[in-house]
Design a protein around this ligand. Structure first.
Ligand SMILES: N[C@@H](CCC[C@H](N)C(=O)O)C(=O)O
Length: 312
């Protein structure tokens, strides 16, 4: 089935190179569609992301002008500068609202394709299904204003410190967890030690109760002891099982959700800046008061383009 979908894509996209890129090991196939005539359906995305019969990736990103998609046009009404839309699909072909590693790689892709000029100091607003995200160049890659984070069930979370329970292979009992929205859904579990994190087996999706209606990404996080390093930044280690993918080397929205959960659990006086070590590298997360009175999450990390691929 994947072979047929790839053959159809090769025919439709003859002469169009795909690009492979990654952010801290979370890898993507990217495709430029400036005329909006190369929509990617679920089966094509899944075939391209197949690691044995396709190109192989955690997700597929199509760069399309916002004006050519209904979701993009809706954003342009309030954010006319968000000219490009990140049309994101997971490795199984499902849509997601947002991808934090993907949006940095998307910005680098637009820049390298000559579709935008991203100068140091300038900002690039990007349309996504999770709203407009503003990207800028920083020393170690890109920083993205991911907008505000939120608790999914604030009343229960504030009363009990958790609103869900998670069971997964490699840990003995089910654990309390916090449901957080970064535009896409996350469930964060704090583990007791690095050894527990290392022993997790994430070959199948963790069981989350109550079951989130649209599924969830599950982050397992261990805070360093002491939490705050000599440079004033809080250190966390994280592994993730992504909705629509499986275990990945990194998840940007997941790093934001993990930092938000630790910040929530730490209470008043919690650190504003976090360094999250994931299997594929290190991400930065900062909580910044925004002009509109909310607290925004800024994600930073590298964006790497690896090469071009022609479908045959
Ligand atoms: N890896 C991404 C998240 C991708 C989407 C996620 N699997 C979902 O379904 O919500 C990131 O870096 O944020």
């Amino acid at each position: 089935m994947h072979d047929d979908a790839l053959a159809r894509a090769a025919e439709r996209w003859a002469g169009l190179p795909l690009t492979k890129g990654h952010g801290t090991g979370n890898d993507f196939v990217l495709l430029a569609d400036p005329d909006g005539n190369r929509p990617v359906d679920e089966s094509t995305a899944a075939a391209l992301c197949d690691r044995h019969r396709g190109v192989g990736a955690d997700g597929l990103i199509r760069a399309v002008p916002s004006r050519l998609l209904p979701e993009g046009r809706a954003l342009l009404a309030t954010e006319p500068a968000a000219q490009w839309f990140m049309d994101y699909r997971n490795a199984d072909g499902s849509l997601s609202e947002m991808c934090g590693n993907g949006v940095r790689v998307f910005a680098e892709f637009l820049r390298r394709e000559g579709l935008v000029a991203v100068e140091p100091g300038a900002v690039l607003p990007v349309g996504t299904r999770g709203g407009v995200k503003v990207v800028r160049i920083v020393e170690d890659g890109y920083a993205v204003d991911m907008g505000p984070w939120s608790l999914v069930d604030p009343a229960v979370a504030r009363e009990r410190g958790a609103d869900a329970r998670v069971r997964t292979d490699g840990v003995d009992v089910d654990r309390p967890a916090l449901s957080i929205s970064m535009g896409n859904p996350h469930t964060v579990v704090a583990l007791a030690s690095r050894a527990e994190l290392d022993h997790l087996v994430l070959l199948r999706a963790p069981t989350v109760e109550p079951r989130p209606p649209a599924g969830t990404n599950v982050e397992f996080v261990v805070p360093a002891d002491p939490l705050i390093g000599p440079d004033g930044v809080a250190d966390l280690a994280m592994r993730v099982h992504e909705r629509g993918v499986g275990e990945t080397q990194s998840c940007g929205t997941g790093a934001c959700a993990a930092a938000a959960a630790i910040r929530f659990w730490a209470g008043p006086g919690a650190p504003d800046r976090y360094r999250i070590a994931v299997p594929g590298g290190v991400l930065g997360v900062a909580f910044i008061p925004a002009a509109d009175g909310t607290e925004h999450v800024e994600l930073s990390g590298p964006a790497v383009l690896v090469g071009r691929i022609d479908l045959l």
